[in-house]
Each structure stands twice: as structure tokens, then as C-alpha cells.
Design a protein around this ligand. Structure first.
Ligand SMILES: Nc1ncnc2c1ncn2[C@@H]1O[C@H](COP(=O)(O)OP(=O)(O)O)[C@@H](O)[C@H]1O
Ligand SMILES: [Mg+2]
Length: 324
């Protein structure tokens, strides 16, 4: 079997703007680490870049399975494009299908669906013009681009305490990210990210608590994420199994995974309010897989699961789904 790993390569840069522009993309290190595991399991593999190269390789007929981690480039369906081509040519692929990838990239759409299924998510408004900010919003608000990931567009100024600043930040975001702004009730409590693996009976793989070092504002902003060693502390929440909060977080996360029909694996971001009530923020059906600094692999490391076994278990979910 020949496996194609399809991805968007991340350019190396020291420029903050360029870094942010491509922050969702993957480094060659990530792809090589996955490739090594694929080869160890006895498969041939090929690194394939998103775009024309992917189109050519997928139409060539000699790729048997796609390890899809391509984020895409343009439009809110950009994560769905590779899976759509795979489905067109009936090539099996890892992770969720085009509908799930499209809906989950659009945070407001995902929130609509999970709240229909009774999952708690912060109150929100989607704003496409600063003059449309409702008169009665309560503060603090949290603002972010509605269709991005990897903390793109999330900086310290995402937490907003007054109307004038809100107008200015919304205007700036609309013009910079060229998409509606998602305004949410700001949740100031504990933050978690939840790894889920599986299909028929998805299981919680782990819950990682994200907290911040002294003097660091408690948001997983792009600045805090990229300087995580100095600014962020991670700890496994698994030890508290049985604890009420653990159960609530697990339930919300599994329900969201099922509600949005995720496949193979995904990571759910959860944040609590000041009363420790957990809310669904978003789900990542193409979770970051860098062996060193991505949240899901950090969780695996904390659990004592080797990266090799971690990637292997996700891959085998995909194979099993196709009867391979
Ligand atoms: N409503 C909110 N209240 C408080 N913090 C938030 C809220 N929404 C997002 N955040 C912070 O911003 C981070 C990134 O937001 P998230 O919605 O997960 O977007 P991304 O897709 O970029 O990861 C979260 O991990 C959290 O720290
Ligand atoms: Mg997130």
C-alpha cells in the first residue's frame, strides 16, 4: 500500500505577519515524523503538497490511502478540498469528511449545530460590519476571526471591555482577515483541550489543562502558543477521573464529536466560566500533529504514549473504517 501524506508546507520565517498568515500549515518535521511511522508499519509513503501536486498525484491512480492534514488555502471549504477529491476518485483517507471539515472550520456554524444538540457554547454574535454590533452586548467580550485556526487572529486585544474598543478591534479584524468576526461572551475560567479517538465508539484519549505562567494573560493567543515553553503550562487532567468537572468536559467533548460527525480523531477546545461551568469553544478535526509542540502529541507524551503508537492508533482507526 502506498500512502500519500497531503499537507500545506509552512514557510520558515522570523516575520510575525508571515508567521501568522501560515500558522495553520505544517512543518517538514511533522510530515517526516508521520512518514517514519508509516514506513515502520511497512507502507510506502510520499509527501504531497496541497494544490496542483496533490491533484496530479490523486489522479495518477497510484496512491492507495491519503493521510490528510492539508489545511487548504482559500475559502471556508478549504479543509474539505482534498477529502472531496479523494471521494471523487474513491481513495480512502484519514480523518473527517468534507462536510464535517467545512462546518467545523466555520466556528459559528459548528456552534449552531452543537447547541441544537444541547451542548453548551458561549453566547455569540457574528458581525460583518462594525455598525451591526448589537447595542446590548455585555462586557467583557472575546473576538476572533470566525473561520481560522491555530490561534490566527487571537491576540491579547481579543478580550474587550468597552464598546469603543470593540468597534475599533472589530473594524481592524474585518479588514485584516476578510471574514466575519465572531464575538463571544468572554470565559475567564480554566481551559482544557480534549483528545478523542475512534469511530463507532469514540473514546476520550486525554484531557490536557492549559494554564499560563506568572504574568502571562490567560489566552491561548498566537504569541503564547508560539512561545509556549516560556509562557504556557500543560498538565494532564486524567488523574482526576471521576471528578465532576472531568465528567462534564468528557461528555461535552464526546457529544460535540458525535454531533459534528467527526471521524478517526479530533481535539475539542473547552473553556470554563468563573463558576467552573465548561463550554465548547471549537473542535479541530485536523488536529496539529507535530511530535514536539502540538497539543494532542503533548497529551500523548504526558500519558506516556509514544508518538509512534499515538499516530499508529489514529491511522488504524482510518484503516478499520475502510476495512483495510
Ligand atoms: N469565548 C472565549 N472566552 C475566553 N477565551 C477564549 C474564548 N474563545 C477563545 N478563547 C481563547 O482563544 C484560544 C483560541 O480560540 P479557539 O476558538 O480555540 O480558536 P483557534 O481555532 O484559533 O484555536 C482559546 O484556546 C482560548 O484561550
Ligand atoms: Mg482552538
Amino acid at each position: 500500500m502506498r500512502i500519500g501524506i497531503i499537507y500545506n508546507p509552512k514557510p520558515k520565517t522570523d516575520n510575525k505577519e508571515i508567521y501568522e498568515k501560515y500558522c495553520e500549515f505544517d512543518t517538514e518535521d511533522t510530515i517526516d515524523a508521520i512518514g517514519k511511522i508509516v514506513r515502520k508499519r511497512g507502507f510506502g509513503y510520499e509527501k504531497i503538497k496541497f494544490g496542483k501536486e496533490a491533484l496530479n498525484r490523486l489522479t495518477s491512480g497510484d496512491i492507495d490511502f491519503v493521510f490528510n492534514i492539508a489545511e487548504g488555502i482559500y475559502g471556508r471549504s478549504r479543509e474539505s478540498q482534498i477529502p472531496t477529491i479523494c471521494e471523487m476518485f474513491r481513495i480512502p483517507y484519514l480523518f473527517s469528511d468534507p462536510i464535517t471539515l467545512g462546518i467545523t472550520l466555520d466556528k459559528p456554524l459548528a456552534k449552531k449545530i452543537v447547541s441544537y444538540d444541547g451542548i453548551l457554547t458561549p453566547e455569540y454574535h457574528v458581525i460583518d460590519s462594525a455598525i451591526k454590533i448589537p447595542k446590548d452586548v455585555s462586557f467583557p467580550q472575546f473576538v476572533k476571526p470566525s473561520m481560522e485556526g491555530s490561534s490566527k487572529g487571537i491576540h491579547y486585544d481579543s478580550i474587550i471591555n468597552d464598546r469603543e474598543v470593540l468597534r475599533e478591534v472589530v473594524k481592524k479584524m474585518l479588514s485584516k482577515y476578510k471574514q466575519p468576526v465572531l464575538m463571544e461572551k468572554y470565559l475567564s475560567g480554566r481551559e482544557f483541550t480534549v483528545g478523542i479517538i475512534g469511530n463507532r465508539e469514540p473514546q476520550i484519549f486525554g484531557i490536557l489543562e492549559i494554564s499560563y505562567k506568572k504574568g502571562i494573560k490567560n489566552i491561548y493567543s498566537i504569541e503564547n502558543k508560539s512561545d509556549y515553553i516560556k509562557r504556557v503550562s500543560y498538565s494532564l487532567f486524567d488523574e482526576m477521573k471521576g471528578n465532576v468537572l472531568y465528567n462534564k468536559i468528557s461528555q461535552i467533548s464526546l457529544n460535540a464529536y458525535k454531533s459534528l460527525q467527526c471521524r478517526d480523531a479530533a481535539r475539542v477546545d473547552i473553556r470554563c466560566d468563573e463558576e467552573e461551568v465548561p463550554y465548547f469553544l471549537e473542535i479541530n478535526p485536523l488536529p496539529g500533529l507535530n511530535p514536539v509542540y502540538s497539543d494532542f502529541p503533548i497529551m500523548a507524551r504526558f500519558k506516556g504514549v509514544e508518538y509512534d503508537d499515538f499516530i499508529g492508533s489514529i491511522l488504524s482507526q482510518g484503516f478499520k473504517r475502510y476495512g483495510l
